[in-house]
Design a protein around this ligand. Structure first.
Ligand code: NAD
Ligand code: WQD
Length: 378
């Protein structure tokens, strides 16, 4: 049993890709979890499926559909629960969209966080785990990236992450009772091995793995590889892909550290990656192997703003959080493919998805009544 089990955790963005996997791991490790989400980029079915996978532990889960910027709604959740810590995933994450709509991004990601921090302070909850991103490093001069590298995000999305990191550092400086973990994720991919939880991007995917997945299931004809003239082993960009289940476990490790007796954590940043770099073509070939499908590729121009090579230094998380990613590219592609096969249209096809019928018949009512059992309207 970890130091964080039996604690009560608020998870913002709990219906999202990383949030849903983390909520499940927290429930299985014994925590009480209140998930909040405005469902703008997620489905209530993710919460139903988390409940199903959590089995008996699902009675420790509640869900509140709300926007973080709706302060009265958020206050109602705090006034009826005593949270030991908050994990804050809620935010918008599409880099290209952030360039086109910067105010939309600053409003949601920064103001949403400020409202959350103010409400936490008002209710005496001063332990936070924040979803930051490797995008705060911009295009670093060398790799692997250590946490003390200069921070120079190259787009409004990454800048919202840096602004929130700075707010957190200032907050801790002003009031050392705040204990804050800034987790900088590298490239989360993969899905829950059950095939029930995964990433469900709306519209054309921006990121490599969901795009490859959609080519494999026949939704798109070919992958455009953004540049094959980088000075890397095969000319394509290199990133640090991390299995979403490893990432979810990283949050458990962060909470364990926060709840350690006499924990000295003030406001600290940690990279969550594998420390291994993989090229675009290596991902394509691993996905072809996992799926048995040919992934047609077309070589295109470099994508503006892309860096050549980015991967994490993992020593800080390994030594201080006692956490290390377990899964490799093979498992990431295997689980991504399993999710794709079971949900070729993500959660969107779920009106007719047999998986949700199975889940609902095993539970008290239909898919939606299962959801309403845990959904508390604020
Ligand atoms: P996601 O879009 O699947 O999940 C985010 C969730 O937050 C969604 O369910 C969305 O509906 C919700 N949300 C957004 N704004 C909200 C608001 N104002 N109030 C309430 N709910 C709101 O994204 P994800 O991939 O799970 O990412 C989670 C967090 O991790 C984000 O903050 C993201 O920026 C960060 N992150 C993601 C990646 C990645 O590649 N997936 C990498 C680094 C960091
Ligand atoms: C990976 C590689 C592309 C799509 C982004 C955000 C970052 C973080 C993770 C949130 C690159 C290439 C991609 C395609 C391609 N998210 N690619 N064809 O750009 O490393 O990081 O997601 O915090 O902030 O910037 O991830 O998956 O978009 O790209 O060739 O259709 O795949 O050029 O080399 P990226 P990605």
């Amino acid at each position: 049993m970890s130091a964080s089990s039996t604690k009560s955790i608020l998870v913002t963005g709990g219906a999202g890709y990383i949030g849903s996997h983390t909520v499940l791991q927290l429930l299985l490790s014994g925590c009480h979890v209140a998930a909040v989400d405005n469902l703008d980029n997620s489905s209530h079915l993710a919460i139903s499926r988390v409940s199903h996978l959590a089995a008996d532990s699902a009675n420790r889960l509640s869900f509140h559909k709300l926007d973080l910027r709706d302060r009265p709604a958020l206050e109602r959740v705090f006034s009826s629960n005593k949270f030991d810590a908050v994990i804050h995933f809620a935010g918008l994450k599409a880099v290209g969209e952030s360039v086109a709509k910067p105010l939309f991004y600053y409003n949601n990601n920064v103001i949403g966080t400020i409202v959350l921090l103010e409400v936490m302070a008002a209710y005496g909850c001063k332990k936070l785990v924040f979803s930051s991103s490797a995008s705060v490093y911009g295009s670093p001069e060398r790799v692997p990236c250590t946490e003390d590298f200069p921070l120079a995000p190259m787009n409004p999305y990454g800048k919202t992450k840096l602004v929130v990191e700075d707010i957190c550092r200032d907050l801790h400086r002003a009031d050392p009772e705040w204990q804050i973990m800034l987790l900088r994720y590298f490239n989360p991919v993969g899905a829950h091995p059950s095939g029930l939880l995964g990433e469900d991007p709306r519209g054309i995917p921006n990121n490599l793995m969901p795009y490859v997945q959609q080519v494999a299931v026949g939704r798109r004809p070919a992958l455009t590889v953004f540049g094959n003239d980088y000075s890397t082993k095969d000319g394509t960009g290199i990133r640090d892909y991390i299995h979403v289940v490893d990432l979810a476990d990283g949050h458990n490790a962060a909470l364990t550290k926060l709840f350690e007796k006499d924990s000295k954590i003030g406001c600290e940043a940690y990279n969550l990656g594998t420390g291994k770099g993989t090229s675009v073509l290596e991902i394509v070939s691993a996905f072809e192997k996992a799926s048995g499908k040919k992934i047609p590729v077309v070589f295109g121009e470099r994508r503006p703003g892309d860096c050549e090579i980015l991967y994490a230094a993992t020593t800080k998380a390994e030594t201080q959080l006692n956490w290390k990613a377990k899964y490799g590219i093979e498992e990431m592609c295997r689980d991504q493919w399993n999710w794709a096969c079971n949900n070729p249209y993500g959660y969107g096809s779920s009106d007719s998805n047999p998986q949700d019928e199975i889940i609902s018949t095993k539970t008290k009512g239909g898919g939606d009544s299962w959801f309403s059992d845990i959904c508390i309207t604020s």
